[in-house]
Design a protein around this ligand. Structure first.
Ligand code: ZN
Length: 121
């Protein structure tokens, strides 16, 4: 394939972890920033929106701390709907007590479960 599309000037933003050369991730709690090997505790930044390259460069210049931005795998950002298996942003999914549902499947499920509403239209 020959793809020379210079129409898209801006690449879409993506999520990153901040990682040390030793493989520890930048995390944050009530006491402030710290490094951890537990990636599930790591903070997630938006590469462009949070100006990650600039911040890493500033840290390197000011403190000689060399950190790297590690892209977050897509399946760690998104929740998959347990019914249709599509990926959605976590805020879009709904947990009904036993499974995660996307907005579409949630409305289908509630229609199925919520039968027996009395009255006619
Ligand atoms: Zn679904």
């Amino acid at each position: 394939m020959s793809g020379s599309s210079d129409k898209s000037r801006k690449t879409p933003d993506f999520k990153v972890f901040i990682r040390t050369p030793q493989g520890k991730y930048l995390a944050q709690d009530g006491n402030g920033l710290f490094f951890t090997e537990d990636r599930s505790a790591a903070i997630v930044l938006n590469y462009d929106a949070d100006q990650v390259p600039m911040q890493l460069e500033a840290l390197c210049k000011a403190h000689n701390i060399k950190l790297a931005a590690d892209p977050v795998p897509l399946d760690e950002i998104y929740e998959s709907c347990d019914r249709c298996k599509e990926l959605y942003m976590p805020f879009m999914t709904y947990y009904d007590g036993s499974r995660f549902l996307c907005p579409d499947c949630r409305s289908i499920a509630s229609r199925i479960q919520g039968c027996g509403r009395p009255g006619r239209i």
